[in-house]
Design a protein around this ligand. Structure first.
Ligand code: ADP
Ligand code: MG
Length: 240
């Protein structure tokens, strides 16, 4: 039904963050509200220092002094253990560091954490399929992660996050340091692996890649939203 289609996967209401600076509180923003619908990619832009990274960190419960309400499928974060929330609201930072070892070690890293202990570990076949989706077909599971190019490492970091099937992906400039081709591969990969019921919010500074449904702008503590004129499809694409 239409109502279900439009239900927000994620809602942030009246979010405020305070940092301590030289013993005094400093708030990049104090009342920010937004919502994300399933199957959609959104961009978050705004001047440097406006609080974009802070907002993503707050959504993933990474900032201690956060006020406001956050809901996942209508359920408040307050009723959930922080680790369980973070498994479902997954932040990929700008320079996501891979762990030493092979590509397989990295893709399976989430399963070394207690919070994923109950979920089934992907097989080698499933991992190889993920690499294929990321256009990493020349990369073997046994390859050393440290020997991958920057673009390949960024895609492995993204796959590692997607492998646990979060409901919300928060991407903080994950393609900032990449060449145009690798950046486009990251965008395609995001679209490809984003499930119909999951949402993605991306901080990015590159030219519009046509994948975002709408764009949030954070400036002077105020968030605004604009629907993108050419609405991308709500359906995940089947291949790359
Ligand atoms: P953006 O990602 O939009 O560039 P940030 O969220 O990184 O902005 O930073 C917003 C503001 O908060 C900046 O003024 C920054 O200096 C400040 N800030 C960020 N992190 C911290 C922190 N851990 N402690 C104190 N101030 C911080
Ligand atoms: Mg930032």
């Amino acid at each position: 039904m239409a109502i279900m289609d439009c239900m927000a996967v994620f809602e942030a209401k009246h979010i405020g963050v305070r940092y301590m600076r030289g013993g005094k509180p400093f708030a990049p923003f104090s009342d920010v509200s937004f919502s994300l619908e399933g199957g959609r990619i959104y961009d978050l832009t705004g001047p440097s220092g406006s609080g974009k990274s802070t907002l993503l960190n707050a959504c993933a419960l990474m900032v201690s002094r956060t006020e406001g309400e956050m809901l996942l499928d209508g359920a408040s974060f307050e009723g959930m253990k922080p680790n369980e929330w973070r498994r479902q609201v997954c932040l990929v930072p700008q320079s996501a560091s891979l762990v030493p070892g092979t590509v397989r070690d990295n893709l399976l890293f989430p399963w070394t954490l207690k919070v994923n202990a109950g979920s089934p570990r992907p097989t080698d076949g499933e991992l190889a399929e993920l690499l294929n989706k990321a256009a990493l077909d020349g990369v073997e599971l046994d390859h050393s992660a440290a020997q991958l190019s920057g673009g390949q490492q960024a895609r492995v970091a993204l796959l590692r996050a997607f492998a646990t099937r979060p409901r919300v992906m928060l991407l903080d400039e994950v393609e900032a340091a990449l060449d145009d081709e690798s950046a486009l591969a990251v965008s395609r990969l995001t679209r490809c692996v984003l499930a119909k019921e999951a949402a993605c919010l991306r901080i990015r500074h590159r030219a519009d890649d046509g994948y975002a449904y709408g764009t949030f702008t954070l400036a002077d503590g105020v968030i605004s939203y604009e629907q993108n004129p050419a609405k991308p499809t709500n359906e995940p694409v089947s291949g790359l």
